[in-house]
Design a protein around this ligand. Structure first.
Ligand code: 13P
Length: 252
């Protein structure tokens, strides 16, 4: 069974409410005629409720940029799965490189986020990726294996649609340096093989693996043309309506 491509926009800490409204409206319009792929956007927490209204009755999926495992309580700065679900959100980015490197989130903490999302029927998009130094010292696959095994420790996957991975090399995020399609494919194939060792083959073969890191209109087609690249996690280029429209209309 072919995997349905997923193009995801991560708005990071950007957009006023007016900008969010405009961008969400443009995304709804751009995605309206696309039946063979999924489109997701992750606005900042402050814009989630408003964007949820704009996405109502559209095909565009609403996601949070992070999610806590607990339902409620003393977790300053966090939002819970029920809070996101109340707005109609169905996915959450977890373990983003900026959470790991700027805010010090560990694999163990990210594992709790993955588990909490899945227990609440939210689809986590688990991000992994190596730094430039790790790549240059030939540690890329070892680092990715460590991140994936630790972040998915004790996680059971019965429905492959319930988990998404995103390979985002840290050196490619916001730098304009994209992994070549061949580099992306090589790592995605490695991740697929690792998932096959961790889960049942039928499940592993259906889990989507997105590529992220300086995806732009000019490189999306070649990246999406790779066998194991099942989508894109887009930062900067998702903040411009015209470039995100071109990206979601990729031809592979
Ligand atoms: P850029 O597309 O801006 O490189 O960001 C990628 C990213 O971090 C998406 O989550």
């Amino acid at each position: 069974m072919p995997r349905t491509p997923l193009i995801a926009g991560n708005w990071k800490m950007n957009t006023t409410l007016a900008e969010a409204e405009q961008l969400a409206t443009a995304t709804v319009r751009a995605a309206a005629d696309l039946l063979d792929r999924e489109v997701m956007i992750a606005p900042p927490f402050t814009a989630l409720a408003q964007v949820a209204d704009t996405l109502h009755d559209s095909t565009v999926i609403l996601a949070a940029q992070n999610i806590c495992w607990a339902e409620k309580g003393a977790f300053t700065g966090e939002i819970s799965p029920p809070m996101l679900k109340e707005l109609g959100g169905t996915m959450a980015i977890v373990g983003h490189s900026e959470r790991r490197h700027v805010f010090g989130e560990s694999d163990a903490l990210i594992n709790r986020r993955v588990a909490g999302a899945m227990e609440n029927q939210l689809v986590p998009i688990l991000c992994v990726g190596e730094t430039l130094e790790e790549r240059e010292s030939q540690r890329t696959t070892a680092v990715l294996e460590q991140q994936i095994r630790a972040c998915l420790a004790e996680i059971t996957v019965t429905d492959p649609a319930g988990l998404v991975l995103a390979y985002e090399p840290v050196w490619a995020i916001g730098t304009g340096k994209t992994a070549t399609p061949e580099q992306a494919q090589e790592i995605h194939a490695f991740i697929r093989k690792l998932l096959t060792a961790m889960f049942e083959k039928d499940i592993a073969s259906q889990i989507r693996i997105l590529y992220g890191g300086s995806v732009v209109p000019d490189n999306v087609d070649a990246l999406m043309g790779q066998e194991d690249v099942d989508g894109a996690l887009v930062g900067g280029a998702a903040l411009q309506a015209d470039s995100f429209e071109r990206i979601i209309h990729f031809n592979s």
